[in-house]
Design a binder for this molecule. Structure first.
Ligand code: GLN
Length: 488
């Protein structure tokens, strides 16, 4: 294994590990070397746990030597977005307020990966508290897009996506509240899945907007995505919104043919202002799906789509304002000490600890929830949320899946949208409705414009991850976009 950017996928690495052609320690070392080489340019990682990773790799090699070990993730390096708790390892949320927070427990997803024998390389950079679309809101540093370092990797899981694209890790975990797995996946030419709300436990995920947040995989291909979902999905009594549905083997549904599947193309997602190359690439990709046997209806409509962004920017900040009330400098995290007055201490802790975007959201949310405004804003937003969800339900009576662009543009320049929050918010027009309705959706590589990646989004009905993975897999088999790697 060399330190170059080309990494095996999970399923390839698993074959190499099982046949003893490669050891987990070798694979882990290759990733750590690649991290050393790429990090000065990409800046995707907040923390590298190299010593712990090598220990896990040694343990994994012992497990792999036992014949009855069949877990496909054993011995394979992974990177965790820095908003998932890792026992004994700093979990910053890329915020000053949690810069030195060391959780005493693992998030359920981390526990599950550890039990599978995974090798955790470290923690990935993100927008502070997952609020953003470019990773520029990180209070620590900005991550570059491996395809063009002067551009953003997307966000908020930008560190996770950039690290997978740059070959610093075999796969990563991200979280998605309004698009934060899918949009960076699209921007970095990797696969990103947001599962159905309730499919994956949120226990140990630092809460942003609890009715929207979901954890999911960022991987090099669709097979890997199914393998990681197998490992992290399932009921968790520690998360009251986790759903006790049985978890199928998500690799079983992967087949190269789409005969009989009905796919709708909602016209509202080809919005005014969409980059023409993105529209052209997605239309070509949809023709490809038709060629694979899917029945395409180009004239589908979701008329309430245009309200989704407004609904999101009431509901998400409202929930955030409640969730972030706990950062008062008393229980954990940064604490302002230069005062004897408790109220001043709390005020200064929050003033110095939170960045501008987080403060903006707390103010928006507090306003929307305040007496006299609650009915006009929050309650109204919840009603429109129901309308949006029902509209999807109705379409899914006729269709198995919907296909859209993941984002209306290719990756933009670092600094291009930081002065205009509304422009930044528009980056998620295609992904946000999915969270509003709690649906599963995947972004897969679907082309390039001027050397920059374009993502295609496939949306499914609740708990139909198998269907969207199947469509994604068939498309991936028929194309080779996912094989393109950036030249770093
Ligand atoms: N970009 C959206 C926001 O800023 C979504 C973020 C996310 O999914 N975590 O809220």
């Amino acid at each position: 294994m060399t330190a170059s950017g080309n990494r095996p996928t999970i399923h390839e690495a698993n074959q190499l590990l099982k046949s003893r052609k490669l050891s987990s320690v070798e694979l882990t070392r290759a990733c750590l070397e690649r991290i050393k080489e790429a990090e000065p340019k990409v800046h995707a990682l907040v923390t590298v746990t190299d010593q712990a990773a090598l220990k896990q790799a040694e343990a994994a090699d012992k497990l792999l030597a036992q014949k009855d070990n069949h877990n496909p993730l054993t011995g394979i390096p992974v990177l965790i977005k820095d908003n998932m708790c890792t026992k004994g390892v700093r979990t910053t949320c890329s915020s000053k307020i949690l810069e030195n927070f060391i959780p005493p427990y693992d998030a359920t997803v981390v526990e599950k990966l550890n039990n599978a024998g995974a090798v955790v390389l470290g923690k990935a950079n993100m927008d502070e508290f997952a609020m953003g679309s470019s990773t520029e809101n990180s209070a620590l540093f900005t991550t570059g897009n491996p395809w063009d370092l002067s551009r953003v990797p997307g966000g908020s899981s930008g560190g996770s996506a950039a690290a997978v694209a740059a070959g610093e890790t075999i796969y990563a975990l991200g979280s998605d509240t309004g698009g934060s797995i899918r949009q960076p996946a699209g921007f970095c030419n990797v696969v990103g899945l947001k599962p159905t709300y309730g499919r994956v436990s949120r226990y140990g995920l630092v809460a942003f907007a609890s009715s929207l947040d979901q954890i999911g995989p960022l991987t090099q291909d669709v097979t890997d995505c199914a393998l990681v979902l197998n490992a992290i999905a399932g009921y968790d009594p520690r998360d009251s919104t986790s759903v006790p549905h049985p978890t199928p083997d998500y690799t079983r549904c992967l087949s190269a043919e789409l005969k009989g599947l009905k796919i709708g193309i909602p016209k509202e997602y080809f919005v005014a202002g969409i980059q023409p190359e993105v529209e052209a690439a997605i239309r070509t990709a949809i023709d490809k799906l038709a060629g694979l046997g899917a029945r395409i209806d180009w004239e589908v409509s979701l008329p309430h789509t245009s309200y989704a962004l407004a609904v999101y920017y009431i509901i998400a900040p409202s929930e955030a304002s409640a969730n972030l009330a706990r950062y008062d400098g008393v229980k954990y995290g940064f604490s302002y000490k230069e005062t004897d007055n408790m109220w001043t201490a709390m005020e200064k802790t929050r003033q110095h600890g939170f960045g501008a975007e987080v403060k903006r959201r707390i103010m928006l949310g507090t306003y929307a929830l305040s007496a006299g405004y609650y009915d006009a804003w929050y309650l109204k937003a919840q009603k429109v949320r129901t309308l949006i969800r029902r509209e999807f339900d109705r379409l899914f009576e006729k269709f198995d899946a919907l296909v859209t662009p993941t984002s209306p543009t290719t990756p933009f320049k670092i600094g291009e949208k930081t002065d205009d929050p509304l422009q930044m918010y528009l980056s998620d027009v295609c992904t946000i409705p999915v969270n509003i309705a709690g649906l599963p959706a995947i972004s897969i590589p679907a082309g390039f414009a001027d050397g920059l990646p374009i993502g295609m989004q496939i949306i499914g009905k609740p708990f139909s991850e198998e269907t969207i993975l199947k469509i994604a897999y068939a498309y991936e088999q028929a194309t080779d976009w996912h094989k393109h790697k950036p030249n770093l």
